[in-house]
Design a protein around this ligand. Structure first.
Ligand SMILES: [Zn+2]
Length: 201
């Protein structure tokens, strides 16, 4: 449940520390600041934040992001609320997919969102390969874009490597070998976990 926000007039300034998911779909789930299992702090406070996040995370091809920005009339308050709701529902779906517990119906809703997104999108060549390009002229366009990112992730080899941080709610693709990555980021959760383990000794 996302209930509070830190908001500056310039919006959130995205950095590498926000983009540790290894895939735009997971980076989208990680657009809440999270120091525990809370999902308390909203980072997509206004549409400007969504636009700058999409650019930083590589959600859309640059040409599509430009098309989105040229028609801002589709980005209303209701659509932003719907995007937040979709993110938290997709979060529940990925918890279910990766852990086998939790809300199976959330997974069904994500599958339906992917089907709807494809229904509104165009299958076409882009940069020499076939892709789904979302319809720009619909209030669903951001949900569709993220749903298509989930479709890409879940059909890829990375889908079996999606892990959740042992400390916060962030997800990431574990591409390492060996024991496996336990934390979203050593600079944040990894160090906090180490410090706690040290104090408990
Ligand atoms: Zn973490």
């Amino acid at each position: 449940m996302v209930t509070s926000s830190q908001h500056s007039p310039q919006g959130h300034r995205w950095s590498d520390a926000d983009l540790v998911g290894g895939h735009p779909a997971l980076d989208f789930l990680n657009t809440v600041a999270d120091k525990g299992k809370t999902r308390m702090e909203e980072k997509l406070v206004q549409w400007h934040d969504v636009h700058t996040w999409a650019a930083a995370a590589g959600l859309l091809a640059p040409a599509d992001l430009t098309r989105f920005r040229q028609q801002p009339e589709w980005d209303g308050a209701d659509a932003l609320t719907a995007l937040h709701r979709f993110r938290e529902d997709a979060y529940a779906a990925i918890v279910h997919v990766t852990s086998g517990v939790g809300d199976r119906r959330a997974y069904d809703r994500l599958a339906a969102a992917i089907r709807d997104a494809i229904g509104r999108s165009t299958f076409t060549t882009f940069d020499g390969r076939f892709v789904w390009r979302p319809d720009v002229q619909t209030a669903w366009r951001w949900i569709d874009s993220v749903a298509l990112a989930f479709e890409h992730l879940m059909r890829s080899e990375d889908s079996g490597r999606v892990r959740q941080c042992g400390r916060c709610t962030w997800f990431f693709v574990d591409r390492g070998r060996g024991a496996g990555r336990r934390w979203c980021d050593m600079r944040t959760c990894g160090n906090r976990a180490k410090a706690e383990a040290f104090r408990e000794r």
